[in-house]
Design a protein. Structure first.
Length: 67
């Protein structure tokens, strides 16, 4: 995978705002020592989280309760 783009991620996450939240939370997890779900060395945690989202490894769980 050469470059990860927002469009790649939006194929998996429909909302740009949810994408930002999801990528931020996953980046925090990676910074705290979580194992990457894809094998790409040399990437910064933010890039790694976007690559994981684009690969379909990270996603939101839908909440059954509507506000």
């Amino acid at each position: 995978m050469a470059r990860v783009t927002v469009e790649d991620c939006l194929e998996k996450v429909n909302n740009r705002f949810e994408l930002v939240i999801l990528a931020t939370e996953r980046t925090k997890q990676l910074l705290k020592g979580s194992e990457p779900l894809i094998s790409m060395t040399g990437n910064k945690p933010a890039v790694m989280s976007l690559r994981e989202i684009a690969a379909g490894k990270i996603y939101f769980l839908e909440d059954d309760k509507a506000a």
